[in-house]
Design a protein around this ligand. Structure first.
Ligand code: WTA
Length: 697
């Protein structure tokens, strides 16, 4: 399974500086890997010793059924044990590990100069206070709480306050639309929404509260009224920004906010949003904190109690609420973070993802805090105020470990080396990437220019569903090949299957699957265990199916080639073609729509949409703009179509199925069509080629 000897040809080796690493050599990696697979109880049992357990587990470390033909799929880790993740992330570090004064987060705002520092002690106090607020609002263990916030420290506070009282957070990325937020709130039946007034992305003001209100109205329309909405005042310092009959009180003697004000948290020159205020529903974050104790006894949870729900695109169009549970997820994110980034006590770590995605959950909040790490929490954009911002921040905080996405690397690469070389970056030791396959050119640039050939690159393959990294190099142990996520992490057993479900040995290409669970794998789709089984376990009984294609080379290295279902990966974010199509079809002018991916130099893939209009409707630029807006409003800005083509007819098989394979060819202007014998009407294809869109809308 793991090659006996590391490959020697065409590889890059880790850095000399990492010789003291947690896993210092390939032999050590192999030895630990074998132990993790042959004896998972002992392997994970050792990891668990570093954490606090209110009660110990009984029985097997991992108990599971991965085979649908043998009954219901289940995965249980450390049954019988009870713990609290918030306690392990904060109290344990403050009290046992003596890290009270260590910085947990350097918050860097959208505008340079807006900054805050939060220590482990302060974070614990704030979390406890807010946990008491949630309790006072009647939130109980097991209740779902929706969080729709920008990248601010309070987002971490809100999520950990939920965890402290055993409530289940469901974070919705603040770039999603009101409609998407509503859909997620209703699906997980959230009792409360936590949001903020607004935030800036570069120069653009996002009126988050307006979107939150719109979402809550939609929830009411669907017969699911959410009783309470807590709003953080991130931008509006003064209550004049709040509209409504009972504005929150003018004086906010909340100590931590005053400190923020002195630190100049948000640029005073920016216009603040006017926030609608509904006293029946809305509550002011700061007003609620007044006089509230900063001590809160954690709620002890069973290992398999739900921890959070995070929605990911589903190929049918309806997002799936991926459910993770307490103990397995904690151990897995803590271990992957420690080993894959080779975390050391004096590191300053920076993951540029948003907490609204799984990368932010596992590798901004849970993994780093479980290790007592110091992280940068960045609100802004890589290109604002200029394309040097990332490297300016690296030097400002002496970042040692840096984790970003191929799309960001490709974006910055376009501006050449000078904006990078303006800063020293000498603190950097390990670079990471996640979200999509990294093309070798981007890898080389990241390695040569950003890391100056000194820093190993960990290309981490994983999914919302896997909870943490599953295929990845370890920085001092695994020789790297640009574009390959290399080998499995501890406890993970990958395989490649052909179309008939047979395991392929040696160099081969096919479906990437996993043969057994690891502690951090998802447990179910919230509200539909049936969907969980049919999405991941039915196609090939006995395996978890990732939905990705993969190649294995002669050295046993894995090369993930991308999605093989109806999903697109735009800037590292998964989108379902069905979801975009149904937003288009909702427009009264559209009879039918088909969406395919077209390769894009920065985003990886762009959205190329074919629309067939209803009889008598004319296609024009106004309609095109309306359709674009429609998708944006239904899903969010990340789903905005790049190309829309008027398609009087779509290529279909004789049985009426749209031939997406041909649409992809048309989108890319590739005339080699392959087998078209099943096509019902071949003139349709020629027409579509003639009217291709060459420029993005
Ligand atoms: C893709 C993000 C190649 C893949 C953590 C996967 C990758 C999907 C990589 C999950 C990588 C992620 N190399 N492909 N290093 N990392 N992917 O759920 O298609 O947002 O199935 O989780 O991203 O996306 P998700």
């Amino acid at each position: 399974m793991i090659p006996e000897k590391p490959p020697q040809e065409n590889v890059f080796h880790g850095s000399e500086e990492l010789k003291e690493a947690h896993v210092p050599s390939f032999d050590k990696y192999r030895e630990l890997y074998m132990k993790s697979v042959d004896n998972p109880d002992e392997f994970w049992g050792d990891v668990a010793k570093d954490f606090f357990w209110k009660t110990k587990h009984t029985g097997q470390f991992l108990d599971y059924n991965f085979d649908v033909t043998k009954g219901e799929i289940y995965i249980k880790c450390m049954e019988g044990a009870s713990t609290n993740i918030c306690y392990n992330l904060l109290d344990r570090n403050v009290h046992e590990k003596k890290l009270a004064d260590k910085v947990a987060f350097f918050w860097e705002g959208n505008d340079p100069g807006d900054e805050l520092t939060v220590t482990y002690r302060e974070l614990l106090q704030r979390v406890c206070q807010f946990a008491n607020v949630l309790k006072a609002q009647g939130v109980k263990k097991g209740d779902r709480v929706s969080i729709y916030m920008p990248m601010v420290v309070e987002l971490v506070v809100a999520m950990l306050a939920c965890v402290r009282i055993g409530a289940v957070h469901s974070i919705v990325f603040a770039g999603f639309s009101a409609e998407s937020l509503c859909e997620r709130i209703v699906d997980s039946q959230c009792c409360l929404l936590i949001t903020a007034d607004g935030f800036y992305r570069g120069d653009k003001l996002i009126n988050l509260k307006l979107l939150a209100d719109e979402a809550l109205q939609k929830c009411r329309d669907k017969g699911f009224p959410v009783g309470r909405c807590i709003m953080l005042k991130h931008l509006s310092k003064e209550p004049e920004g709040i509209l409504g009959s009972q504005s929150p009180p003018a004086k906010r003697p909340c100590p931590d906010l005053q400190q923020e004000k002195q630190a100049g948290r948000v640029k005073k020159t920016r216009p603040v949003p006017k926030v609608p205020w509904n006293p029946e529903v809305d509550l002011c974050w700061h007003a609620l904190l007044r006089g509230v104790s900063d001590e809160c006894e954690p709620e002890w949870c069973d290992s398999e109690d739900p921890l959070f729900i995070l929605y990911t695109s589903g190929s049918t169009g309806k997002p799936k609420g991926v459910l993770h549970t307490v103990s397995g997820y904690m151990l897995y994110t803590a271990t992957t973070f420690k080993v894959v980034f080779d975390h050391q006590p004096d590191d300053v770590y920076w993951c540029t993802a948003d907490i609204g995605w799984i990368t932010g959950h596992s590798y901004i909040t849970y993994g780093p805090l479980a290790n007592g790490a110091t992280s940068v929490l960045f609100e802004g954009l890589p290109t604002y105020p200029d394309v040097s911002r990332m490297w300016e921040i690296v030097d400002k905080y002496n970042v040692t470990k840096f984790y970003t996405a191929p799309t960001a690397i490709r974006l910055l690469m376009k501006f050449g080396n000078e904006p990078v070389q303006r800063y020293k970056r000498s603190s950097l030791k390990v670079l990471g990437t996640v979200g999509e396959p990294i093309n070798p050119e981007a890898w080389q640039w990241y390695y040569n220019v950003v890391g100056e050939k000194r820093c190993p690159i960990v290309d981490t393959f994983w999914q919302t569903e896997t909870g943490g990294h599953v295929l990845t190099p370890l920085p001092a142990a695994t020789p790297m090949k640009p574009g390959s996520a290399t080998l499995p992490f501890f406890g993970v057993v990958p395989a490649i299957l052909n179309e008939s479900g047979e395991e392929l040995e040696g160099p081969s290409e096919g479906y990437l699957v996993f043969k057994q669970p690891w502690p951090g794998v998802m447990r179910t789709v919230y509200g539909s265990h049936e969907r969980f089984e049919s999405t991941y376990f039915k196609k090939f009984p006995g395996y978890y199916v990732t939905g990705d294609g993969c190649r294995r080379d002669k050295d046993g290295y894995f090369w993930v080639t991308g999605r093989i279902d109806d999903m697109l990966n735009v800037s590292g974010h998964l989108l379902s073609t069905a979801e975009v199509e149904s937003s288009l079809v909702e427009h009264e002018a559209v009879a039918e729509a088909a969406v395919v991916g077209r390769p894009h130099p920065v985003k990886g893939e762009s959205l190329y949409c074919f629309v067939t209009l209803n009889d008598g409707v004319m296609y024009n630029s106004e309609l095109e703009a309306e359709l674009k807006k429609q998708v944006r409003e239904k899903i969010g800005a990340i789903a905005t179509p790049d190309y829309i083509q008027n398609a009087p007819g779509l290529p279909k098989t004789r049985s009426g199925k749209i031939m997406r394979r041909l649409l992809r060819k048309i989108a890319c202007d590739e005339r080699e069509l392959g087998d078209v014998s099943t096509l019902a009407d071949s003139t349709v294809v020629e027409q579509l080629f003639q009217n291709r869109c060459c420029t993005a809308v």
